[in-house]
Design a protein around this ligand. Structure first.
Ligand code: BEZ
Length: 255
């Protein structure tokens, strides 16, 4: 049924993005609606090995996929809780551009992902006249299911963070994808944070800080270390001399 003069849902095509699509929209969209889907858990469990993406074949990065909540609940995951709502955005694509957009996504994203459909709930406060119908509506979503070759499954979060930190590819460092996702999620709604993403992002920041410190320490040459030690020794010597002069004067004054 159509509302407020908008075409019925059958006449519209909506795509749900829960990964890089949130901050890198597809072409030919005319509406971008924040909101959520249920029944899934978002995890960095998909290898991004292709040359045209983040990570090279020798250091393939990791990107997100959705795992059905029922399957995920049977697994042992170090991140053992997950929000009941997977936040993202729905894009409305012009009907005459759907084939082109799917082709674009095949090139950009699809490497082990398959097409699924899921009901999408617009965030509270979205103008209903922008939506195809009252209540949740159908969206197409790309999911890397556990049976695809690029699916990794549960991983130790620290090892995963180290892996993401070190992976890079023609599209840029894998860490930018993770931090980009964290930021994009934070911008959607006060409720749209995802602990899995935030925890990995925090771990990456800790790794970056550690590497920066190590780099600073390593960048100090032995000559500079010796020079600094000499300066320190000299200052210490000056200090002791001044102290002893003070003490001497003090002793002279009191004697
Ligand atoms: C996304 O939502 O960004 C996305 C995830 C997997 C494949 C295509 C798009």
């Amino acid at each position: 049924m159509s509302t407020k003069g908008t075409p019925a849902q059958a006449d519209e095509f909506w795509l749900f993005g829960y990964g890089s699509l949130i901050w890198k929209p597809p072409p030919h969209f005319d509406r971008r609606i924040p909101g959520w889907v249920t029944g899934y858990v978002r995890r960095f469990w998909q290898v991004r090995a292709s040359q045209d993406h983040r990570g090279t074949p020798s250091a393939p990065g990791r990107v997100v996929t959705l795992i059905t909540r029922s399957f995920w609940s049977q697994l042992t995951d170090h991140h053992d809780s997950a929000p009941s709502r997977v936040w993202g955005v729905a894009y409305r694509i012009a009907l005459d551009k759907v084939a082109e957009v799917k082709e674009y996504l095949d090139i950009r994203e699809i490497n082990g992902y398959t097409i699924h459909y899921t009901p999408f709930h617009a965030a509270a406060g979205v103008d209903p006249s922008l939506l195809p119908q009252h209540g949740p509506f159908k969206t197409l979503v790309y999911i890397g299911t556990p049976d695809n070759d690029q699916f990794v499954g549960p991983q130790d979060p620290q090892q995963l963070a180290e892996h993401i930190y070190r992976s890079t590819g023609p599209s840029g460092p894998n860490r930018d994808y993770l931090w980009g996702l964290e930021q994009a999620l934070n911008e959607l709604s006060p409720e749209s944070g995802d602990e899995h993403v935030t925890d990995l992002s925090d771990r990456l920041r800790a790794i970056a800080a550690r590497e920066e410190k190590d780099g600073r320490d390593r960048s100090v040459s032995p000559e500079l270390v010796m020079q600094r030690e000499q300066q320190h020794h000299q200052q210490h010597h000056e200090f002791t001399r001044v102290c002893s002069i003070d003490e001497q004067e003090e002793t002279e004054r009191t004697s």
